[in-house]
Design a protein around this ligand. Sequence first.
Ligand code: ZN
Length: 159
Amino acid sequence: MKRNVVTFTYILRDPAGRVLDTSAGGPPVTYLEGAGQIIDGLDEQLRGVAAGTKLRVEVPAAKAYGDRDPGQVRRLKRAQIPVEGPLNAGDQFQTDTDRHAPVVTVVAVEGDEVTLDANHPLAGVDLTFEVEVVAVRAATEEELHHGHAHGADGTEHCH
Ligand code: ZN
């Protein structure tokens, strides 16, 4: 199957209409279709959309960041948590120094016990994207081989 590299801008809203994220103020997003570079539900619904198209894409939580898993909420002793300084409800930190490490959220601090939620902050949230497709082109052999896009024009070096 022929696969494309798609470049788009977006505004992401939750069901209450609050803006959760946007590409405005930064470069548009470029991805290789079907490569897991963007959430599945968005990838699927942008197939075959021509450059210049504006559309609204609704992605249920299950096809975005997944449903919330109550098993990901845990109580730990404060001393077990590798974070210095005060911890407060709402704080978020990464479980490792790797920049792709999961983010956990502090739900509550009670005495020396801390409740942490390792669900993705957008787990369980149905998402609405307002998308403008900026460009669509065929993926290069190299991009197909690597499994990701090499920038909007296909010449960007990858890490
Ligand atoms: Zn590459």
